[in-house]
Design a protein around this ligand. Structure first.
Ligand SMILES: Nc1ncnc2c1ncn2[C@@H]1O[C@H](COP(=O)(O)OP(=O)(O)O)[C@@H](O)[C@H]1O
Ligand SMILES: [Mg+2]
Length: 254
């Protein structure tokens, strides 16, 4: 499927939190690779360290041990990661377009050069015409679209998404899944997507990484060979059911 070098390699990654009550082993030992332009999901029980893992990859949290290799030729983690959190985390006093431009300010790039790009990204996420609205004028799904545009503005290779649609109603969530696949294929990004939705992970991904309960280790990396582009109908196919059962079976073993 991919003969090239990984964009990101994670080897025996461990995280121990030091708390007032002692040590808490969050990541036991996590090892996997992500290749350019892949869509990879991570599923695992609540509290197994999924958010911890994404934050370490993004450089927001130090690891305890293990290694993260990036292909330096194509990837500088300080600039090449876009993060979409569970909550949109928009600044309420800023217009939509100025929220999208926030990473440009943080990276101290020339904002004027990115205004057209911000507009194009808002169009990509289906929000053209809302540039000058304020976040509280948008629905939850629309706010999450803004945060996706914000994660793409500085053109990172890797997008990390932490249960981005978890707070949305079921119908909006399914619509966002389809939208995300379109955005992914149009933008040619690599996406690492955390979810506790097993169906969602299978529907979206090239590969689903299943983590055990804390201290987490990888139980399985399941290749999803459903054809693309994917439509909602694939969810009712026999193959989809087989993949779901496999993931459920893995998680039951934890
Ligand atoms: N800053 C922290 N200090 C101490 N423990 C933490 C901290 N952040 C998370 N944890 C603990 O680490 C474990 C993994 O948390 P997290 O990565 O948020 O899991 P997940 O995202 O899979 O639900 C949980 O038991 C959580 O309580
Ligand atoms: Mg989490």
């Amino acid at each position: 499927m991919h003969g090239n070098t990984p964009l990101l390699s994670i080897r025996d990654l461990k995280k121990v939190y030091k708390t007032r009550d002692g040590e808490l082993e969050a990541l036991g030992s996590v090892t996997f690779d992500i290749y350019p332009q892949e869509f990879v999901s991570i599923v695992g029980p609540s509290g197994c360290g999924k958010t911890t893992l994404l934050k370490i990859i993004a450089g927001l949290l130090p690891k305890t041990s293990g290694e993260i290799f990036v292909d330096k030729n194509q990837f500088d983690p300080s600039r090449e990661v876009g993060f979409v959190f569970q909550k949109p985390l928009l600044l309420p006093w800023r217009k939509v377009i100025d929220n999208v431009l926030l990473p440009i300010e943080i990276l101290k790039l020339d904002k004027r050069r990115y205004i057209e790009k911000a507009r194009a990204l808002l169009e990509l996420v289906g929000l053209s015409g809302f540039e000058n609205n304020y976040p509280n004028e948008l629905s939850g799904g629309m706010q999450q679209r803004v945060s996706i545009a914000r994660a793409l503005i500085h053109d990172p290779k890797l997008i990390l998404m932490d249960e981005p649609f978890g707070a949305l109603d079921a119908l909006t969530r399914e619509r966002m899944n389809l939208e995300l696949l379109r955005i992914w294929s149009e933008s040619q990004k690599t996406i690492l997507f955390v979810t506790h939705g097993i169906q969602e992970a299978i529907f979206l991904s090239d590969r689903v990484i299943i983590l055990s309960a804390r201290p987490s280790r990888m139980i399985k990396a399941l290749d999803i060979e459903l054809p693309r582009p994917r439509t909602m109908e694939v969810r009712s196919s026999a193959e989809f059911g087989v993949y779901s059962l496999e993931v459920y079976r893995c998680l039951e073993l934890t």
